[in-house]
Ligand binder design. Structure first.
Ligand code: NAP
Length: 320
């Protein structure tokens, strides 16, 4: 069996990387499983890799791009000795000590064994569930304005959603596009007032209220969409070359079903005010256990809490 580590951290968004910084500085020699590159937010660096300007992260009054912020987190984690592996966990066994984590064949020998585990696998973008959406992802359909906005210079494009993500994406995309139409299923936005105001003041943004996207057209590239009026049921076609889906998120907890307690919403259960899960020695932080604040700064804060909770738990085990 491999070496028994003090702590294995699964996930490398603000929560996982902050947990690594604190665990490394507490001499716990953390192992960080950062995930693998993919086209979704379930990848190294997490959701901020798909974000544009971050203007609300303290310490960056001029703002910073999400990917750059995550690069800096990672640099800080490795500087203090975090052992980073670019792999995805494929299976966990929390039934007995030491805990086991697989990153390859889930039927083979475990790849990592550890006295404690910090879960920081985050959340990912929700999709509309339409056929054309997966077919045309990367060919006109996107969940990432930062990654793809540049490809839509002087084009007419649309953003689906009425939350902060939709406002942020729409506003950012006006830097490139000729026009950005926000398609929202109600006549009232969910987004915070400041984000709404900014989007409303932007002359390049148009509004399509009480409408859902019910079809996506194009075989190899996006040619247009069908929207349906939620009041009348009337369908109409709209020509767009880009469609950005910004309708919320789902926690990355499939790996932990049966291993840890989950809420009905699939978010992990932690003891209020702590990162303690129902399994002693397993801690959870960041968006995987937070469906309320969901901010980079709160994820980072709870990553710090998880490292401290793990450190104190390990100390108590040694004392016992
Ligand atoms: P959200 O707040 O859950 O908003 C999702 C939006 O998508 C809602 O307007 C919702 O409509 C709509 N929607 C959901 N499912 C849909 C479907 N199947 N078809 C059409 N529309 C659908 O998600 P979010 O905007 O990703 O924000 C998540 C959290 O992150 C929030 O707490 C937000 O404040 C935060 N955030 C902050 C910033 C920032 O401050 N810079 C940026 C991004 C996100 P309804 O309104 O009708 O439910």
């Amino acid at each position: 069996m491999s070496d028994v580590h003090e702590v294995v951290i699964i996930g490398s968004g603000p929560a996982g990387l902050t947990a690594s910084i604190y665990a490394a500085r507490a001499s716990l020699a953390p192992v960080l499983l950062e995930g693998e590159p993919s086209s979704t937010s379930d990848q190294p660096g997490g959701q901020l890799m798909l974000t544009t300007d971050v203007e609300n992260y303290p310490g960056f009054p001029e703002g910073i791009m999400g990917p750059e912020l995550m690069m800096r987190f990672r640099e800080q984690a490795t500087k203090f000795g975090t052992d980073v592996h670019t792999v995805k966990a494929t299976r966990v066994d929390f039934t007995e000590q030491p805990f086991k984590v697989w990153t390859g064949d889930p039927e083979g020998e475990p790849d990592f064994v550890s006295k404690s585990v910090i879960v920081a696998t985050g959340a990912q973008s929700l999709m509309l569930g339409l056929d054309g959406e997966s077919r045309l992802l990367g060919h006109g359909v996107s969940t990432c304005a930062t990654c793809d906005g540049f490809f839509f210079k002087d084009q007419d494009i649309a953003v689906v959603g009425g939350g902060d993500s939709a406002m942020e994406e729409a506003t950012f995309l006006t830097k490139f596009a000729k026009s950005v139409t926000v398609i929202h299923r109600r006549d009232e936005l969910r987004a915070s007032q400041i984000m709404q105001d900014r989007a409303m003041a932007n002359e390049k943004i148009k509004w399509q209220w009480n409408s859902t996207v019910t079809d996506i057209h194009g075989e190899t590239k996006l040619e247009g969409i069908t929207i349906t009026d939620t009041n009348t049921g009337e369908e109409s076609k709209m020509d767009f070359t880009g469609l950005f889906v910004a309708i919320g998120h789902r926690p990355n907890t499939d790996l932990f079903k049966g291993a840890l307690d989950l809420h009905e919403s699939a978010y992990l259960v932690t003891e209020p005010g702590t990162t303690i899960t129902n399994v002693p020695g397993v801690f959870a932080c960041g968006d995987v256990q937070d469906d309320y604040y969901r901010q980079a700064i709160t994820a980072a804060g709870s990553g710090c809490m998880a490292a401290i909770d793990a450190e104190r738990w390990l100390e108590a085990q040694h004392d016992a």
